[in-house]
Design a protein. Structure first.
Length: 228
């Protein structure tokens, strides 16, 4: 069992003005699970002005902010049978309007300034609900070689107060989905050094694809890790 409480706000380098979290988990033979619940006050999402020239009175050190109160829950599962390990999980996050409005602006992460009028506090008049599912498996081919694969699915509700058009592509607040699949090889060269290679395919649709030039992506990766 575990619990977490956040002290301080933006001035302490935090991304919110308060957070609490609780965790409970256990192991039973080859089965393991963990459940986590959290509540965050005034979580901040920052963005720049994305325009040139900047509006009058705005400098490159000024950002825009969207605030929200976030409530989430996560369940994570693992089952190990000999050389095979299964993984799975489900997460749900609710984004609601924040507790505070900051009409006079504020100083946020990294010392950047959010000016008066650049704080959005009504983005989630209709609550945003994001659901995330994932499952995968890892197989130990040898003591020094693992292969793994996984699938993922995101589902977002429609929290747009207007009308969604073009299959939901008209706004990121429209209902949407993300689907992905990945595969990986991990080879342990020595006790502390391993090399790996993998690939992930992903596809977005609806609101989660709003603003994208390409709706599908294939991302390969290779690397090495040294553990001290």
């Amino acid at each position: 069992m575990a619990a977490l409480y956040q002290f301080g706000g933006y001035s302490q380098g935090n991304g919110s003005r308060g957070a609490v979290e609780a965790q409970f988990g256990g192991d039973f033979g080859g089965f393991s699970f963990d459940a986590v619940a959290s509540k965050v006050r005034d979580a901040v999402s920052l963005s720049n002005y994305a325009m040139s020239p900047l509006p009058a009175g705005v400098s490159v050190d000024n950002l825009k902010a969207t605030l929200s109160n976030d409530t989430s829950g996560v369940i994570m599962l693992r089952y190990r049978y000999r050389a095979l390990t299964f993984y799975g999980g489900f997460e749900i996050i609710q984004f609601a309007d924040p507790s505070d409005t900051y009409s006079q602006g504020f100083t946020t992460l990294g010392g950047y300034t959010v000016l008066p009028g650049a704080v959005k506090t009504t983005e989630y008049d209709i609550n945003k609900i994001l659901r995330v599912f994932w499952m995968g498996a890892k197989y130990a081919v040898r003591d020094d070689l693992d292969v793994a694969g996984a699938v993922y699915h995101y589902n977002q509700n429609n929290y747009n107060s207007g009308t969604c058009t073009n299959g939901g592509l008209s706004a990121s607040s429209c209902a949407g989905t993300l689907d992905a699949a990945s595969a990986m090889l991990d080879y342990r060269v020595t006790k502390r050094l391993d090399v790996y290679a993998g690939v992930m395919w992903s596809k977005v649709a609806g609101g989660l694809a709003s603003g994208y030039l390409n709706f599908q992506n294939v991302g390969p990766t290779v690397g090495l890790r040294f553990q001290f």
